[in-house]
Design a protein around this ligand. Structure first.
Ligand SMILES: C[S@@+](CC[C@H](N)C(=O)[O-])C[C@H]1O[C@@H](n2cnc3c(N)ncnc32)[C@H](O)[C@@H]1O
Length: 327
């Protein structure tokens, strides 16, 4: 089986369990986007959704590697545009997207979304192939947690940026992405141990017993550590750990092992998080320097890429780009 096929099977298995997301609701995950973007995601989305005539114009959004559409819903709910906007949403993924359609349509019935009319199109195709060949206009491209699961993260950033072609003769369009950062040295070793075990399974059901054991240990560990803080007086070269004050659980998580636990998430959702992290064959890591170099490659004689913001955390980089068309 090819690695891309293995990745597709993993996510097919995860996203088909829609009840995990429907029961939990998406509210608890919004906190994560706020945290990872240093509270900026609402501002970024609001800027990206601005249009001259909200009553008539339609904003085209491409979600590259959309999964169930959970992140699209999450980040749209953070917008504070004054007038409701019309959206044409194109969700692109290799998994079967039947459930994505009903999830998005049900979710966007809720009053909290500043959306007047939502048109949904779902495309079952590879990100690279679709983005290079497709001629449709896109005002905003989002790629959350997907590009590092493709064969080549650099090529995928370049091709998704290429898909950005603003409608209504606009001079620019926006790109919001999130890719994983490189792991700290010891975390990389413990990650490898778990990956070697979990990437043998293409369905979460086949390894759920082991996941439950881990999730229970991580829960107890987190509760035992509580809000405990530790001061690290000097830089540790061994751990690549800077001097400073750390929440002990976060330090353990980022520098030792992925002891994932969140009190605002169901146990099922936590099993998903562990499986999602440890199972896919492709999980390319990108350092901040590498990301900035890739972004430089996005400039060419037809368009220019402006970095509006990059927020780097230990787990990943949230980046907000603007594509300016030169003619
Ligand atoms: C971690 S999930 C993120 C889903 C969604 N963006 C979200 O945040 O809710 C990654 C998604 O990328 C999709 N994916 C991975 N490689 C892909 C490819 N080459 N083409 C299209 N989709 C891909 C997977 O199938 C999966 O649904």
């Amino acid at each position: 089986m090819s690695s891309q096929k293995q990745v597709t099977n993993i996510f097919q298995s995860l996203w088909s369990e829609t009840d995990t997301y429907e029961e939990d609701g998406i509210e608890s995950y919004i906190a994560r986007h706020q945290e990872w973007s240093d509270g900026k995601i609402g501002e970024w989305i609001t800027l990206s959704l601005q249009c001259e005539n909200p009553l008539i114009d339609k904003i085209n959004i491409l979600d590259a590697g959309c999964g169930l559409g959970v992140t699209f819903a999450n980040i749209m709910s953070t917008s504070y545009v004054k007038e409701k906007v019309n959206i044409k949403y194109t969700g692109l993924d290799l998994i079967d997207l039947t459930k994505t359609k009903s999830f998005i349509q049900n979710e966007f019935q809720k009053e909290k979304y500043h959306v007047a009319n939502l048109e949904v199109e779902l495309v079952n195709e590879d990100i690279g192939k679709y983005c290079i060949n497709n001629k449709e206009t896109q005002d905003l491209v989002i790629a959350f947690g997907s590009l590092h699961h493709t064969q080549d993260v650099r090529k995928s950033i370049i091709s998704t940026f290429q898909a950005l072609k603003p409608s209504n003769n606009k001079k620019s369009g926006y790109f919001i992405g999130w890719v994983i950062n490189s792991q700290k040295p010891l975390r990389a070793i413990t990650d490898k141990f778990f990956r070697e075990f979990f990437n043998k399974f293409s369905s979460i059901d086949d390894c759920s017993e082991e996941l439950v054991i881990l999730a229970n240990i991580f829960e107890k560990l987190s509760l035992a550590l509580g809000e405990e803080i530790i001061d690290i007086p000097k830089y540790s070269k061994l751990l690549d750990l800077k001097a400073g004050q750390y929440k002990l659980q976060s330090l353990l998580y980022d520098y030792f092992l992925k002891c994932y636990y969140r009190s605002d998430e169901s146990k099922k959702r936590q099993l998903h998080q562990l499986f999602d992290w440890f199972s896919p064959d492709y999980y390319h890591q990108t350092t901040r320097d590498q990301l900035e170099k890739i972004i430089l490659e996005l400039n060419n004689d037809k368009s220019r890429c402006e970095i509006l913001d990059i927020v780097s955390k230990n787990n990943g980089h949230y980046f907000f780009l603007r594509k300016h068309f030169l003619n």
